[in-house]
Design a protein around this ligand. Structure first.
Ligand SMILES: Cc1cc2nc3c(=O)[nH]c(=O)nc-3n(C[C@H](O)[C@H](O)[C@H](O)COP(=O)(O)OP(=O)(O)OC[C@H]3O[C@@H](n4cnc5c(N)ncnc54)[C@H](O)[C@@H]3O)c2cc1C
Length: 375
């Protein structure tokens, strides 16, 4: 039961954003900047954002060579270039906005490990560089001739460098967003699980995490930024969840001879070093069917696949011990672009961020905020 004061002051807003990941926070920030007098609240079911934004691997990437080649098979050249451009510009924008130090951002370059069966990608390297020249003004991809010194297993036949990729600490990025949201006077309410919404009236039913009781908010506008969990509120035709696993090792008792953000297996597997440890994740492709879920469980098949890669391919002959293992949930569709649209008289949506939300989340929120303002 709410007090008179709570009902009068806490339940009605000009904009209610549902979901406090990168996209929800960016939407709230951009809207509030445009409409400083408006009241804006972000409702989040978890103590922290509980989807992908604080669970990811922190790769500031826009596509490895084989990933881009794979995209060319399903998309037009303009579409692929558009995606790469959006991701790269997104990374530049957050560096400029929040500062590299605040984000824990390192321009450490991206790398891709190629096995024998993937060597054919090398014959396409020059063509891809040429296509990307308009965006980057110089070659993006190059062969790393002296890669043997990295000590990967003999199954690795070549390493490709991507000059423009980097890495960051995703929770520091979120902290920067929280700080900015706070400065602007945006309210962030955690532990509020939205169970129903009315996209035409702006009504939002939520559950209190401490007593499980339902209550009602009202927004003049609603922004739905629930990514992989959207189907529970507002079913979308082309949106499927995709779980991702990340593992961080105990501190290593040897020196790692490489640095940067590394990809394997068309980008499905990724690793980097953090704080003298190995961070390794991905491999959804080992069990696609069971990873299409919003359940945060750890899939033992994927965990052991990654463990084997660590001990046999990345550090052959070593026995890596794991300190922290977690999962997060992404959202995918047949199309690689996010859904950003109006869905009712009072509601807009920005979801389906895929595996590149670090790069595009800020801009997606900006686009969603302009969509609300245009109305
Ligand atoms: C394991 C993993 C690794 C990744 N690695 C990278 C990477 O290295 N680089 C990269 O660019 N991207 C990576 N990504 C993808 C990136 O993290 C996402 O694209 C991005 O975080 C999506 O942001 P979002 O705000 O759309 O969604 P989310 O961060 O999922 O935010 C949605 C929020 O909505 C909340 N919510 C959902 N339903 C409700 C409800 N009913 N009521 C209230 N709140 C609700 C959730 O709790 C969640 O906090 C990775 C993702 C995962 C899972």
């Amino acid at each position: 039961m709410f007090s008179y004061w709570e009902q009068k002051n806490f339940l009605k807003y000009d904009l209610i954003v549902i979901g406090s990941g990168f996209v929800g926070l960016s939407t709230a920030i951009h809207f509030k900047k445009k409409h400083p007098k408006s009241s804006v609240v972000v409702l989040e079911r978890g103590i922290f954002p509980s989807g992908a934004s604080s669970k990811n691997a922190g790769f500031a990437c826009f596509g490895s060579l084989t990933e881009i080649l794979d995209d060319f098979r399903h998309m037009s050249e303009d579409e692929v270039l558009g995606l790469v451009n959006k991701r790269y510009m997104g990374l530049k924008e957050i560096k400029k906005k929040f500062g590299k130090k605040e984000l824990g951002y390192k321009d450490s370059k991206g790398y891709e490990l190629l096995e024998e069966s993937q060597l054919s990608a090398l014959s396409e390297l020059a063509r891809v560089n040429k296509m990307l020249k308009g965006l980057f003004k110089e070659d993006v991809f190059s062969e790393v001739k002296g890669f043997k010194k990295y000590g990967f297993s003999d199954s690795i036949k070549m390493v490709i460098q991507n000059k423009f990729e980097g890495e960051l600490d995703p929770a520091r990025y979120l902290k920067s967003l929280w700080d900015l949201a706070g400065k602007l006077g945006i309210r962030l309410l955690n532990g509020v699980n939205v169970s129903e919404l009315n996209k035409d009236t702006g009504q939002v039913l939520a559950k209190n995490s401490w007593d499980g009781k339902s209550f009602e908010f009202h927004g003049r506008q609603l922004a739905i930024c629930t990514n992989a969990f959207t189907n529970q509120l507002l079913p979308q035709e082309d949106l499927n969840p995709g779980r991702g696993l990340v593992m961080v090792s105990e501190p290593l008792d040897f020196k790692i001879s490489w640095k940067g953000s590394f990809h394997m297996d068309k980008g499905y597997v990724y690793f980097r070093k953090i704080d003298g440890r190995l961070l390794l994740g991905g491999a959804r492709n080992v069990d696609f069917e069971n990873e299409e879920t919003t359940d945060f469980m750890i899939n033992p098949k994927i965990e052991s696949h990654l463990d084997r890669l660590a001990n046999e391919v990345i550090f052959p002959g070593r026995e890596i011990k794991w300190d922290t293992v977690w999962t997060g949930i992404m959202a995918f569709g047949k199309k690689k672009t996010p859904i950003i649209q109006q869905v009712g008289n009072r509601a807009v949506i920005a979801v389906r961020l895929g595996g590149m939300g670090v790069a595009i989340g800020w801009q997606v929120g900006k686009d969603l905020a302009s969509l609300i303002s245009e109305k």
